[in-house]
Design a protein around this ligand. Structure first.
Ligand SMILES: NC(=O)c1ccc[n+]([C@@H]2O[C@H](COP(=O)([O-])OP(=O)(O)OC[C@H]3O[C@@H](n4cnc5c(N)ncnc54)[C@H](OP(=O)(O)O)[C@@H]3O)[C@@H](O)[C@H]2O)c1
Length: 390
């Protein structure tokens, strides 16, 4: 199988390459990409004998080219080259760039009409209708790499789609699950980056701490599985062993379980519908801690409500939510705002854009990116207003 990985130097990219490295006879690596981590990209490209390595940031090109000299692996750089690389023929393209920066490359991969293993949830939050329309138009096989959505995919009975009552995504609750509102508001970057169960990239780790991640995942599920907002729910399950539950009209609930290891959903997306062995720890429920379930607290974690409201509102609200959240998370990581400001920035941005009547459904990629730009501009204003207030 020919595989390309967009975002190969990230957490999901590394897990995908780990699986590929364990069964090299199964895979031919075509394209690997990164933002600007040229050294790590070159190492991965050499180790997995990729044909092409691309950095999105042209300033990293010289390092990449030097590191690949004499290997026969082609080096390239820039946004256009990244999109071209994403459309390089592959039987499966893993779309694991973080943020809306991954949208155009993921769409280029979709346009091949083959298989896309989608980790980049921001694609569906920003451009769900447009993205799914492209998937249908090109006859692409879209498989999810998010653990909860992989759980849904595995428990959603194709022949009973009209009998689905409710789809519930589990949430670990993140590092602040038991913290008070006041303590959460003042949490430091170091505290927010300490996820109890998963090791992931910085942006998704902060999203997990604010629980915006679960809100983004509701919107992701809405589009992936063609559900209605009122069919989607969240439950906090601190052990991250049950990933999703699908309830049917007869009262049956099917759940998917696995130890929290991204290699399980990634492997399944690579080889679907076949399962192959992964090195993930085996579950022994007699030895695991008791499995607990509690309601999500939208007061201490207002990002869940913001995402739910945007999902209900529809139109351009989810694209704006995503862009404002990306700005807020980057500002928090750069220590330019408090943790509690993330939700405030998102809320202020959505209110401002609604007032300016800018939240109609954007038609096409250019309109989506222009709304994304506008939401970033408004979020930057909210950030500086909060700075003045502090
Ligand atoms: N990590 C998980 O366990 C997990 C689980 C489910 C879903 N996801 C989703 O998967 C996606 C990736 O997450 P991650 O944790 O793997 O992130 P990550 O560790 O931060 O990796 C992000 C990857 O994207 C590249 N990248 C970043 N900005 C880019 C840009 N502007 N243009 C092109 N490439 C860019 C990075 O390159 P550099 O290394 O050069 O910066 C890196 O290869 C996210 O959407 C996340 O929500 C992740």
């Amino acid at each position: 199988m020919r595989v390309s990985i967009l975002g190969a130097t990230g957490s999901v990219g590394a897990s995908a390459l780990d699986l590929i490295g364990r069964e090299p006879q199964l895979y031919q690596v075509e394209v690997l990409t990164a933002h600007r981590n040229a050294e790590a990209l070159a190492q991965a490209a050499i180790r997995h004998r990729a044909k092409l390595a691309v950095v999105a940031d042209p300033s990293a090109y010289a390092t990449l080219k030097a590191a690949l000299a004499g290997t026969g692996i082609v080096a390239a750089a820039g946004a256009r080259e990244l999109e071209t690389a994403a459309s390089h023929p592959a039987d499966c393209t893993v779309a694991s760039i973080v943020g809306v920066a991954g949208l155009a490359p993921a769409l280029a991969a979709v346009a091949q009409g083959r298989r896309v293993a989608l980790a980049n949830k921001e694609c569906l939050v920003s451009a769900g209708a447009h993205f799914m329309d492209a998937v249908r138009r090109h006859g692409t096989e879209l498989l999810t790499v998010d653990s909860e959505h992989s759980g849904v995919m595995q428990t959603l009975e194709v022949h009973n789609r009209d009998q689905v009552a409710k789809v519930t995504l589990t949430a670990s609750g993140g590092p602040f699950r038991t913290w008070s509102t006041a303590a959460i508001a003042e949490a430091t970057v170091e505290q927010a980056l300490k996820h109890p169960n998963w090791t992931m990239g910085q942006k998704i780790t902060i999203d997990s701490a604010s629980m915006m991640n679960k809100g983004l995942e509701l919107i992701e599920a809405l589009h992936l599985f063609d559900l209605q907002p009122d069919q989607l729910d969240i439950v906090v399950h601190a052990q991250s062993i049950v990933h999703a539950l699908v309830e049917y009209t007869d009262g049956s609930v099917l759940a998917q379980m696995a130890s929290p290891d991204m290699r399980v959903p990634i492997a399944l997306a690579l080889t679907w519908p076949t399962r192959r062995a992964t090195p993930a720890a085996r579950l022994d429920l007699t030895k695991s801690p008791p499995l607990t379930f509690e309601p999500a607290d939208e007061v201490r974690f207002p990002c869940i409500r913001l995402a739910r409201d945007a999902m209900q509102r529809g139109g351009g609200a989810t694209a704006a939510l995503n862009a404002a959240n990306e700005v807020a998370v980057a500002a928090f990581l750069a220590k330019q705002c408090k943790f509690g400001h993330i939700a405030e920035i998102v809320a202020m941005s959505l209110e401002a854009l609604e007032r300016e009547r800018l939240l109609d459904e954007p038609q096409g990629l250019a309109a989506i990116m222009s709304l994304d730009d506008e939401a970033r501009r408004v979020a930057a204003m909210a950030l500086s207003a909060l700075g003045r207030r502090a």
